[in-house]
Design a protein around this ligand. Sequence first.
Ligand code: PMP
Length: 439
Amino acid sequence: MNATTPRPSGNEALLTAARAVIAGGGSSNMRNLGIQDPLVVDRAMGARVWDVEGNELIDVNMGYGPHLFGYADAEVVEAVSERLHLGAMTGIVHRLDAQAGELIGALMPSMEQVRFANSGTEAITSAIRLARFHTKRTLIVTFEGHYHGWSDTLLRGAITADSTGQHGGTELHAAPGTNPEALWHTVQLPWNDSDALARFFAERGVEVAAVICEPICANAGVVHPLPGYLEQMGELAAANGALLVFDEVITGFRVSRGGAQELLGIRPDISVISKVLGGGFPVAAFGAGREIMGPLARNEAFHGGVYSGNHAAVQAVVSMLGKIQRSPSVYTDLEESCSHLEKKLRDRFAEAGRPVRIARAGSVLSVAVLSGPQTGPEAYDAATDTIDFAAHRRLQRHCQRGGLYFHPNPLEPWFLSSAHSRADMDRIVDVVARGLRAG
Ligand code: PMP
């Protein structure tokens, strides 16, 4: 195409053009579904996205979770825009850095010191390195259904094999192209199985550097920890000299101001946060008490990144966390509107006689169409083994055509925001009800 050729317009044409030059069309496997009506976004504002054909959709995928106050929140956008005019990055310590760190520590006291990174994957990689440095051990314990980014140490093969989640996969085999040896020191246990956890620690506890989990699992749909389970995890880790790492990339500043650790009253050794932290700007952080962060403070362990903690990202953090501090009712309001949404959705599925798994942690809601009754909510298998992926995708398609966007993978949670009005919630329910009637 040369400068005088008109650019293609329309979803289909632009997706085809993107696929010609971007592998798969989008720069993440999760974006390249290949299974639904093409949707190419033009802009996003509040609770809505508009595609290039001008169709307006209520979005409950919401960029996978960062937009607690909705897309393009004016306060954050203005502050970051101003910052861009003042130099988005210099590679030198900035006057906002301390403020951002203090805000994080105020909301999540376990993070006495932090380092910024550009993505959850990067921050988790650094958290694991810190745990290994601290314990002088290598073994990492993870849990079925939890996602901690795409590093060789933590990526399970099945996740890359099929981004639709159809083969959600519990086996720990290396993803194609990764170094298989990187997984030799990673163990995966069933989630919410306290006997398996106790057994494992009895056998191999002294080898463990870190136990890492999403304190409320959101990447297999929402699967809450059973009462006492995280306490047991923390006690076993402490008794064996291992560190407890909470991946709060989703739950941080989302399920409550202080994340899942505040909500559940458990203090991890190391925390990782992202998403709401930057309100849609690429930033993550890992942090811990001063002793654990010591190797970084002394430059004994390595963490770098030209763009880590760039000024635009840190400005986004200061603006988001400042707004959270000044919005005391945002979590109670979201709890109320989302429980209303949850109840209405349950009613519509029941009226349609369609089995569904609906689970929720505040404004994180998972909805998965099932082929039959659920066998139990508490473990990964039970949460996923009766999912009807084809029926879910059919429903997704009907809803997308009806003006509601959610991810076609039923394991991807929905994220609601303070920009979703009551009227939006009712519209979501109506579109889903129509989708259910359509089959
Ligand atoms: N941890 C969790 C719990 C996540 O949900 C994600 C991303 N969805 C990640 C880590 C990885 O973060 P990123 O995609 O920013 O690398």
